[in-house]
Write a protein that binds this ligand. Structure first.
Ligand code: GRF
Length: 199
């Protein structure tokens, strides 16, 4: 299974995928890693692993037109690597309906909360502020909404009394890394079948 991974940050989820492939635990190939954040940790991890990378930055305060152009450029870069699956692993941008149509393969995302609770970019902070005692992570297929696509798998994480956003997010991320690799394995082995969602 040819995978293109999109990242914006430290890339620890990407690293979990790279390690699982290298250990022979995931029958897949990361054919490229793309980012909207030049030289972010995820890009560096890909380069260390000898994986081709591409960067498509989105200008700050981009207009609707610029966003449309950015989605097209991103889709073009993704398609050059002929993926069978695109994984958004800590990619902090919304992918447009046009992008999903253009890449024409399933796109999955990992989210640090139990969707449909706490969608959006501040899921860990929002869960902590709401006072929930259990949160977790979700791997879901991406549709045109914000963290709204069909849920594939979830894992629960307890909120500890002294947690702050950083400590809670770290525990969620270790759970996310395991869950993401498990889901990718199930998809690669055909145990989970994903279909392209209507745009
Ligand atoms: C993950 O919690 C992901 O769900 C969120 O950002 C974090 C990315 O971590 N959107 P990393 O870059 O994979 O270390």
């Amino acid at each position: 299974m040819r995978i293109v991974v999109l990242v914006s940050g430290s890339g620890s989820n990407l690293q979990a995928i790279i390690d699982a492939v290298a250990a022979g635990k995931l029958p897949a190939q990361v054919v490229a890693v793309g980012s909207d954040v030049p030289a972010c940790g995820g890009i560096e991890r890909a380069q260390r692993a000898g994986i081709p990378t591409f960067e498509v930055p989105l200008p700050r305060g981009a207009s609707a037109e610029e966003r449309t152009r950015w989605n097209t450029q991103l889709a073009d870069q993704v398609l050059r690597h002929e993926p069978e699956l695109v994984v958004s692993a800590g990619f902090m941008r919304i992918l447009s309906e046009q992008f999903l149509q253009d890449v024409a393969v399933p796109v999955i995302n990992t989210h640090p909360a139990l969707l449909p609770s706490f969608p959006g970019a501040h899921a860990v902070r929002d869960a902590l502020a709401a006072g929930v005692k259990i949160t977790g992570c979700t791997v879901h297929q991406v549709d045109a909404g914000v963290d709204t696509g069909p849920i594939i798998a979830q894992a629960a994480v307890h909120v500890e009394p002294n947690d702050d956003v950083a400590t809670l997010h770290e525990r969620i991320k270790s759970s996310e890394r395991r869950l993401l690799v498990e889901v990718l394995k199930a998809v690669a082995e055909g145990a989970v079948r994903l279909h392209q969602l209507p745009g």
